[in-house]
Design a protein around this ligand. Structure first.
Ligand SMILES: O=P(O)(O)O[C@@H]1C[C@H](O)[C@@H](CO)O1
Ligand SMILES: O=c1cc[nH]c(=O)[nH]1
Length: 318
């Protein structure tokens, strides 16, 4: 069975679950939020941009950075973790920007997305764009390159996500918003200190064997087999590998959210498996998608101008 996406056309986030209407309360357990305990429309009704990424610290840093970039009042350093009552995920809000961690891998981001999308629905959010800002292993590209995903593919290079529901496999489309991809590529032209390109992103269920690494605790294939597989992936258009893009594209697409995936490559997987760049270099790489998305958000809000070129130089030096 294949499921197709469909936008409601009214900009609202739509949940596709008839059971929700008959529940008198919805507890978003892993976010430590709920419809009876929190006034979700007041807390989140103005959200227009949701950025997600694996690491809680990265998502806190991004919220603080956006707080400063949007010129919001007060010290962004004081931003509170809205999900502080749970240690599953972290969530920060800077004006219309919500920044949330999702942990590693498909099951972790999937749980977060179910609860996040219900939150946006209960809060009556409208015209929300959601972007995953992550790290990845590059394929045939220099470390530090930022990849904007045009198609999220599985380990067989197919644009699909297979969800097991009861004892059925439901195949979901992993199509992403094409206009958003172009808009992001245009924004990247404002940044000159790292390359950005569009490519397919392969999503795997594991970091080691699943990504063809030779350095896990288990490995049953040769160096030659690994390279043959990765080169086939490259020839199929894959430019980076990570662990969340297919389910992210599938769930967001079904719920009417315009979604994008923007990940920096930490290494070139055709040259090795271990991530050996120094800590400071990896921290700076992780800021690259954040920088690109800050330009995108400011442009969307009409807050971006030529003076930003100076700010970009400042960002680079700090
Ligand atoms: O957003 P992050 O940097 O967590 O994305 C990738 C995919 C996995 O979650 C993790 C593996 O190191 O990094
Ligand atoms: O190689 C890599 C690096 C980061 N994240 C991944 O999933 N793979």
């Amino acid at each position: 069975m294949t499921e197709r996406k469909g936008y409601a056309g009214n900009g609202l986030v739509h949940v596709k679950n008839p059971h929700l209407d008959s529940m008198d309360e919805d507890v978003l357990y892993h976010l430590n939020l709920g419809t009876k305990t929190h006034n979700l429309p007041v807390m989140f009704g103005d959200v227009k941009f949701v950025c997600v990424g694996g690491s809680p610290n990265r998502m806190k840093a991004f919220a603080q950075f956006m707080h400063k970039e949007l010129g919001l009042e007060g010290d962004g350093k004081d931003l509170k973790d809205i999900c502080a009552g749970t240690d599953r995920y972290s969530m920060y809000k800077a004006g219309p920007v919500l920044s949330i961690s999702h942990g590693m891998g498909v099951p972790s981001i999937s749980i977060m997305l179910h609860e996040l999308i219900k939150l946006l629905h209960h809060a009556k959010c409208c015209d929300v764009t959601i972007i995953r800002i992550g790290t990845s292993g590059g394929l045939g590209i220099d470390p530090g390159t930022v990849v904007i995903t045009d198609i999220a593919v599985d380990s067989f290079f197919k644009a699909r996500f297979e969800q097991v529901i009861l004892d059925n496999i439901v195949v979901r489309s992993t199509e992403l918003d094409k206009d958003l991809v172009e808009e992001l590529l245009n924004c990247s032209k404002e940044i000159h200190y790292f390359p950005t390109l569009i490519g397919h992103t392969m999503c795997t269920y594991d970091f080691y064997e699943g990504q063809g690494r030779l350095d896990g605790a288990l490995c049953s294939f040769s160096h030659e087999k690994k390279l043959e597989y990765l080169k086939r992936a490259y020839d199929a258009g894959v430019r980076n590998i990570e662990m969340e893009s297919t389910v992210f594209a599938a769930i967001c697409g079904l719920c009417g959210l315009k979604a994008a995936v923007v990940c920096v490559a930490l290494l070139n997987r055709l040259e090795g498996d271990q991530i050996k760049a120094p800590h400071e270099v990896l921290v700076e790489y992780q800021q690259r998608p954040q920088h690109l998305i800050s330009i995108f958000i400011k442009k969307r809000l009409g807050l971006y101008n030529q003076m930003e070129l100076l700010d970009n130089a400042f960002f680079l030096n700090n």
